[in-house]
Design a protein around this ligand. Structure first.
Ligand code: ADP
Length: 273
């Protein structure tokens, strides 16, 4: 049998108290995490129902706008026709907002994670954007990209949104876009670099929010959901996404995903888009 000295006994009791405290904090944390995921699920459910239910009244507005135009268009003066045009444009815009909100809230449930080729995902994204790339006369370069653990369709979507933005927010110069990926320990860090209009540092965080845009619809089309979708997809796959940019110089969107395979592999060399 051990005989403890008084100071050892005190240390022993202190340790016991700390263990009880730690156990309590762990339980509180678990409770908070459960609450958070419940309220997140409720929020997603709300966004889904709200956007779904909004579709019907919107259809009504659109069809009555059309009816007025068809039946009474001739009798309206210029101002009347212009006002009707505004109402119709508003309805079209609202439809894209609702559709995008629906698409955003549909990203839920379990993520299918498996080793997948980021090279292939990026190639598909580029194929989907071929017309926009040609229209912009853009040069798109893709380095050799390491494999990651992700859902291939979602990875393609991330590349497509980022590349689509790099094409859309181009400046006066010919767009030059480069995609690279570097293994860093357990994860891969990707970068999509453009030489477009750039973003002020005060907006670096805001642009990843739902419907957050820095431009009016007349300057650049869009609803402001693309980067929010990227953030949701990346974070659900266990990664992070952020931007570094300088106005007038260009932007670099970076995101990480868990790396596939064993130990660190060498960095990729240059490839072709
Ligand atoms: P959208 O393009 O529909 O507005 P996003 O969520 O994709 O929505 O982007 C949000 C905002 O971030 C854009 O409105 C734009 O102001 C800014 N942005 C995104 N990508 C770029 C980029 N590559 N260069 C400059 N600005 C960008």
């Amino acid at each position: 049998m051990f005989i403890l000295t008084r100071s050892e006994l005190r240390a022993h009791r202190r340790a016991q108290r700390m263990i009880v405290e730690l156990e309590r904090s762990r339980e509180a944390l678990l409770r908070k995490a459960a609450e958070l995921s419940r309220s997140n699920a409720e929020l997603e459910q709300f966004a889904y129902i709200a956007s779904h239910d909004l579709q019907e009244p919107l259809r009504m507005i659109s069809s009555y706008c059309e009816l007025i135009e068809r039946r009474y268009g001739e009798r309206l003066d210029d101002a009347g026709r212009r006002f009707l045009g505004f109402a119709r444009d508003g309805a079209v815009r609202m439809r894209s907002l609702i559709n995008d909100l629906l698409a955003y809230s549909r990203i839920s449930g379990e993520v299918e994670r498996r080793p997948c080729s980021s090279q292939e995902a990026c190639r598909q994204a580029i194929d989907n954007l071929r017309v926009a790339i040609d229209d912009a006369g853009a040069a798109v370069t893709v380095d050799r990209l390491p494999e990651v653990i992700a859902d291939p369709g979602q990875l393609m979507q991330i590349f497509q949104n980022l590349l689509g933005n790099a094409l859309k927010y181009r400046g006066d110069r010919r767009p030059e876009i480069r995609v690279s990926g570097r293994r860093d320990g357990e994860s891969v860090e990707f970068a999509v670099v453009d030489n477009g209009i750039g973003i002020g540092s005060e907006h670096f965080e805001r642009i990843f929010g739902v419907f957050q845009r820095l431009h009016g619809e007349n300057d650049f089309s869009g609803t402001g959901i693309g980067l929010a979708v990227c953030r949701k997809l990346v974070e659900r796959s266990g990664g992070r996404i952020w931007v570094e940019s300088q106005v007038g110089i260009g932007s670099t969107f970076r995101f990480t995903l868990p790396a596939a395979g064993g130990p660190i592999t060498r960095e990729g060399g240059l490839g072709e888009a």
